[in-house]
Write a protein that binds this ligand. Sequence first.
Ligand code: ZN
Length: 241
Amino acid sequence: MRYAVISDVHSNLEALEAVLKDIRKRKIEIVFFLGDAVGYGPNPNECVEMLKDRCKVLLAGNHDWASLGITDIEYFNEYAKEAILWTMKVLNEKNRKTLSTFPISKVMKKENILFVHSTPKEPEQWHYLLTLWDAEINFHNFDQWICMLGHSHQPFVIEKFPSGEMITHRREARLGKGERYIINAGSVGQPRDRDPRACYVVLEGERVEFIRVPYPVEKTQKKMSEAGLPLLLIQRLSEGT
Ligand code: ZN
């Protein structure tokens, strides 16, 4: 078992390129994508195409579904909504078709892993999994050894022991066969843990590691500002919030 898991690219081409380059440097061949290719950033078409070329499994997230008109945009705050309306105008037909083929969850039988964008419980409702209480509820909604997800842009590993006790790991973890896990891959294109570097996960044997990759944030910000995307979305990239 050796692969990379990436999530929440959000049309940030510079961050995606930096992460894929880092994955190449580590000679990791298999890449899984957990959804939200578009929304927020200035390069939706390029990101969908690059992800499609590189990833073995691709999921859709709430911003992807909203950009396709599947999820109601009233679900989103005003800034996200504005970026989705912009994305709807810019996304070409070919990439709309590509995005519409992505499921919102997928079971990997051989690896015994569930991939989902939001949560194992009612994935189409786009709930957030933020607390140990949320984790407790969601552990009852999948049977696999590991659930890997994105959506909150907060990287973590929640480990549940056979006794029921749970602990959270933030940087790396060792996977045991008797325990079960919920792993959030963080976000490539809009990290929200006060570290503006792009984030992804490497799974290698029993080891899970979060990798942080710097990218030229100002370049993305300049393109966003030229596209007329909301200032708050531009500023948060350099703050990692
Ligand atoms: Zn997202």
